[in-house]
Design a protein around this ligand. Sequence first.
Ligand code: G6P
Ligand code: BGC
Ligand code: BGC
Length: 924
Amino acid sequence: MDSIGSLGLQQGEGAPSCPQEGLPCPSNSSEMVQECLQQFKVTGAQLRQIQTSLLGSMEQALRGQVGPAPAVRMLPTYVGSTPHGTEKGDFVVLELGATGASLRVLWVTLTGIEGHKVEPRSQEFVIPQEVMLGPGQQLFDFAARCLSEFLDVLPVDNQGLQLGFSFSFPCHQTGLDKSTLISWTKGFKCSDVEGQDVVQLLRDAIQRQGAYSIDVVAVVNDTVGTMMGCEPGVGPCEVGLVVDTGTNACYMEEARHVAVLDEDRGRVCISIEWGSFSDEGALGPVQTIFDHTLDHESLNPGAQRFEKMIGGLYLGELVRLVLVHLAQRGVLFGGHTSPVLRSQGSILLEHVAEMEDPSAGAARVHAVLQDLGLNPKASDAEWVQCVCMAVCTRAAQLCAAALAAVLSRLQHSREQQALQIAVATGGRVFERHPRFLSVLRETVMLLAPNCDVSFIPSVDGGGRGVAMVTAVAARLAAHRRLLEETLAPFRLTREQLAEVQAQMREAMAKGLQGEASSLRMLPTYVRATPDGSERGDFLALDLGGTNFRVLLVRVTTGGVQISSQIYSIPECVAQGSGQQLFDHIVDCIVDFQQKQGLSGQSLPLGFTFSFPCRQMGLDQGILLNWTKGFNASDCEGQDVVCLLREAIRRRQAVELNVVAIVNDTVGTMMSCGYEDPHCEVGLIVGTGTNVCYMEELRNVASVDGDSGQMCINTEWGAFGDDGSLSMLSTRFDASVDQESINPGKQRFEKMISGMYLGEIVRHILLHLTSLGVLFRGQQTQRLQTRDIFKTKFLSEIESDSLALRQVRAILEDLGLPLTSDDALMVLEVCQAVSQRAAQLCGAGVAAVVEKIRENRGLEELTISVGVDGTLYKLHPHFSSLVAATVRELAPRCVVTFLQSEDGSGKGAALVTAVACRLAQRTRI
Ligand code: G6P
Ligand code: BGC
Ligand code: BGC
């Protein structure tokens, strides 16, 4: 099958080829016309080559590889689904660029009821040439004026109107309402628009117009509007094809195949922008001298070559160039041309459609040619009709080759051999040209035989489709506003953080003086950080974090060796009786000693007990109150060292020498201080949160002595329990607090630490679901389950290396039916919650290091902070956000954060070692 087409002329059948420039002129006129017509003949092989080459460019662009030749662009449109039919509301639609020198404004009412349609009202405005070629501002002001003129005659409020902007030019979209013009096409060439966000330009123009408050919520390419406007009953159409002044198509591609989108599920509508297809190898052979002339004389030479062979803006011009060519060679119109015929753009699409329309007959052709100032003979009219048919047939065939490439792409991407698909068609070439669709359909069937294609003409040029997208965009914009409103209280300003810092300083000062304060500023009786002379074997316990650990710590000249074992503390033990808890602890110690071959040895033991204790000495600590989900009875108000010793006694035959009890912050500071003597602060951000630091003894009212230092356990988890944080507390914090086992307590901790962040997120997700913003408003049992949303999910979801798809996977495991928009919103919720936590933590650290700097009257303080805790260590951004906040709020402190490698067990052993060393010295 070598020649295709409706001319009904087979190759060689009395149709010699048309002479090229500079070649000797053939003798008779019909031959010369035939030769010209021959140039517009496209063979099956050529069409297949175009199909293959265009498919290649499409897949190259999808992979994000830009080829040498400006290939097709494959632009994501942020339209992720074909219409549900549930969209409803009144929308204004502004169409610019689809129909050349005119723009159209529509008022579209979507009822949201399948099959129930309200006829849109519309008005067309002709765009003056000087506006299409003038400054961009002028064009957008013109559009805004047309909008007002249209709305003036409608009984509508001038408030809260929502507009969908159909902008039919190649644009890089970064959202449904954000789109940057790449380059003008189709007779437009306004200045200062390429590279700009056209939505913003329209918003500015509407603002300048000032007549109506119109919210531009979506920008859509006309092919997308055409596809989305497809009647749900008929479709859904998954391809939108426009042939009007220009040409282009869009289709629903598998999101996972679009490299620029990190999506693995669902589909996304891609605007192909096939007008810029210009692969020399494929197009070269079918381009005629007339195509080159047309391109050369166009506004954008070298660009949109494929479009210039198909688009309605160019068909008339191609016909004109052929007629001028043949007239100047004396073949047509007796060798005469006319000023009109010689002037560019004088033959319009309408002329071609009329002249080619077999039903129009020669008389109509005659009339059109006379309007062009010609005096045609009957044979001229016939030849002119042939020229029109040749130009349009080729256009339809080329368009078919392109569409066949799209169908092949759909077969690839859906791994379907046989494809059944509905293609929505729009544009005046379809509406006005009698044969375009039939040639297109015929050629597609030959080029894509395994595809069953139905062509669905778009009812109103895509206006309804644009309104559908606008409805979706409006819904998403409303959701985004609700999300922003919900998360706004989590976005802390510098002033708010500085206020927290100041409040923390004040509470520290009061706590040190023993005045009422939410910061208890507990002396730890650790007066010095390690000096490296510590030596010996020590047992250490580490209770209060995620894991309970028993450790053997060997401190030698060569450094510190640690062997440890993790034991679980079942919730029933953590919330059982104190005796049960401490008996369980001793059981673990005994088990560890047996495993380490230490049974019967009474090694000095350091007890990291990560709860607020008032200490009267290194080995005395009264538990003030449990935190972090612990609630063992008969412990609060007790000396936990005694409780441990009693449990040891109850266990008989076990010898243990409990030398020191330390808070995990102190253990962490000591552990890091062993490597870095500048480490004078210990920070924990794990299940709970807290900080300790080396304070000047003179400032510690409850401990005698004015010289030297003492490590103070601030217990900042309780900061704000006096209400001083209420200005920051949100309804979600209140819910988490009320549902905790210690309501009203540890308010600062409940805004920061790992035990609570997941719960804060869960409550926000429940709230957003109840607003219909998330999960289509469907509350799931799972999401109503306490602690179902682990804080570790935040760390996973916020990790940069995790694509949105993995965010979905985590949430789907939670049984949450979600869309990619949902996943994005959940990510933003996690980011807001963890960012606030890190900033509050940073404000606290800034308060502490500034206190130390002022204590020492230093202009600048260099200090290290030893840190431990799962949240701090595992969250991808937490540590850097803390450091950034400290730099911001304590610029005169150079703070290094040291992540503790061995946990605070080592620190407890070092405190024990120091205690033993000091005890030995006093004994000597
Ligand atoms: C380390 C320390 C513990 C501390 C814990 C806090 O494991 O050794 O003493 O309590 O960190 O972090 P976590 O995330 O476990 O609560
Ligand atoms: C534009 C496309 C548009 C097509 C049909 C082309 O010139 O680049 O964005 O879809 O015309 O209007
Ligand atoms: C406790 C602190 C501990 C912190 C970190 C808080 O709940 O009150 O003593 O340091 O958690 O584990």
